[in-house]
Design a protein around this ligand. Structure first.
Ligand code: HEM
Length: 461
């Protein structure tokens, strides 16, 4: 079988382009080879087929679960999450772990995090002094970290929380730029030359985090209170079909997975949403007008369902999908996509970024325009920031709830401004993309309810 055309440069060179300038890499190759092209990015893969046509995306995301493996391609994440994490599992083991982890992230359980999201947002923003610029990432990350800590451990304050927070933030900072991220993508750089070398520092910090997590797991196991509703208690109480409970190693890997996946991604989405709502004040005013209609103490579900707020969050995730591609899918047996048949072990990568930037679906696709989500309904193969099929993001409902409530709370209660009007571009942060540079906001004042109404009444004037 011949794979679709693609760049012929060396895998190392392509990996360098993919690490430093992933958007440029995808755009150049789509222009040259078409919407389906084969990349060679090393890591033992013969070729990675980038796919962005919605019909093909549907074929991949609606295929039977056993048609693909995905855990095997997630080796790069193993550095953070270990090899027992859901991200690395396939087949029956993956299905079973998903079934176990799903309930706390769905239905009414997600709604129970509402007050935590609002309290965390108010408390964290209140701490920032008036009139002074602050990094948006720091606020967004603190909010999402507090929420995920509450969901996982049932705690969100105290010394242990502070320590865990600092350790996680430190580890993530170590891969938070294109240059630093090369540590993840180039195995040759993963050399422990002592505590001052980048990899040595990474390993030591990770060991400290693991030690603390193992202590927490041991203590919780010894004093297990099955009536608690946090995720750690759920995992500690769970047994498989043979009556075996999860080992400490499995628990550690799953905790790191959820801590990481559960806050870094949502923090990036919130940062972008804050950027665009302040870049275009009319967007902010329309949001305030919509919120104002819900009265002074709005029902949280009503906030979640607001059409314009939903459109703003969707447009943010369309323009800046946090993950450029879904987990790559490895074909089991053979797979028919359009008029091509792909053989065993071909790796297909649904390319969220390129689908979300198709001019035939999203005219003027580089422009932030929430109205496109009010004018048209997009299918889950045209708009899929959370992937799909049997690997669809487990935290999607929580992430959307958090994004909407945190954004609405910040806009309702405070007035902010961008300190300078400079373009902000997407830049690699670990395996995701986030706003470039040091995106900042200035907190101008706390709004009174009548001010919200005043700002809202300016809409359309
Ligand atoms: C804006 C925020 C988020 C975005 C854009 C996002 C995006 C994604 C994407 C694209 C995937 C891969 C899906 C696929 O390959 O089809 C994924 C998987 C996953 N996400 Fe998220 N995510 C977000 C927030 C969260 C949150 C809050 C959690 C909660 C802990 C979470 C947990 C996970 C897990 C566990 C998986 C792996 C699922 C599996 O392997 O079966 N994510 N996410």
């Amino acid at each position: 079988m011949t794979l679709p055309n693609g760049p012929k440069t060396s895998p190392t060179w392509q990996m360098l382009e993919w690490t430093i300038d992933p958007i440029g890499y995808m755009e150049r190759n789509t222009k040259k080879f078409g919407e389906t092209f084969t990349a060679r990015l090393g890591h033992g893969l013969n070729g990675l087929v980038f796919v962005s046509n919605p019909d093909n995306i549907r074929e991949i995301l609606t295929a039977e679960a056993q048609q693909f493996d995905a855990g095997r391609t997630n080796g790069i994440l193993q550095i953070f999450v270990g090899d027992r994490s859901i991200l690395l599992l396939d087949g029956a083991a993956h299905k079973q772990r998903r079934k176990l982890l799903m309930p706390p992230f769905h239905g009414d359980r997600v709604l129970t995090y509402g007050n935590t999201i609002i309290q965390a947002t108010l408390c964290i923003v209140d701490e920032r002094p008036l009139g002074r610029a602050f990094p948006v990432r720091s606020i967004a990350q603190e909010i999402t970290m507090r929420v995920i800590f509450k969901a996982i451990f049932g705690l969100n304050e105290g010394e242990r929380y502070d320590l865990l927070y600092t350790m996680m933030a430190d580890i993530l900072e170590m891969t938070a730029s294109p240059l630093k991220a090369s540590l993840l993508f180039f195995r040759i750089l993963q050399q422990d030359w002592g505590p001052w070398s980048p990899w040595g520092r990474f390993l030591r910090r990770q060991k400290e985090l693991d030690d603390l997590l193992y202590t927490v797991i041991r203590e919780r196991r010894e004093t297990l209170d099955a009536s608690r509703t946090d995720i750690l208690t759920l995992l500690l109480s769970a047994t498989d079909e043979n009556g075996e409970s999860m080992s400490d190693r499995e628990l550690r890997d799953e905790l790191v997975t959820l801590l990481l996946a559960g806050h870094e991604t949502t923090a990036t989405a919130l940062s972008w949403a804050l950027y665009w709502t302040h870049k275009y004040p009319e967007v902010c005013q329309r949001l305030l007008a919509e919120l104002d209609e819900l009265g002074e103490t709005p029902d949280l579900m009503a906030v979640f369902k607001l059409p314009y707020l939903t459109a703003v969050c969707n447009e943010t995730l369309r323009l800046h999908p946090v993950a450029l591609i879904t987990f790559p899918r490895i074909v089991n047996g053979s797979f028919q996509m359009g008029d091509r048949t792909f053989e065993e072990d071909t790796v297909l990568a649904p390319c969220i970024y390129m689908t979300h930037h198709r001019e035939d679906l999203y005219p003027d696709s580089d422009r932030f325009n929430p109205d496109r989500f009010l004018d048209r309904q997009y299918s889950p193969f045209e708009f899929y920031p959370f992937g799909g099929g049997n690997r669809r993001c487990l935290g999607m409902a929580l992430a959307l709830y958090e994004l909407k409530l945190a954004l609405a709370t910040m806009l309702r209660h405070y007035e902010f401004a961008l300190p300078e009007d400079r373009p902000i571009k997407p830049m690699r942060r670990g395996i995701t993309l986030a706003p470039s540079g040091n995106l900042q906001l200035v907190k101008l004042r706390r709004r009174s309810p009548s001010e919200v109404r005043q700002a809202a009444s300016a809409v359309g004037s």
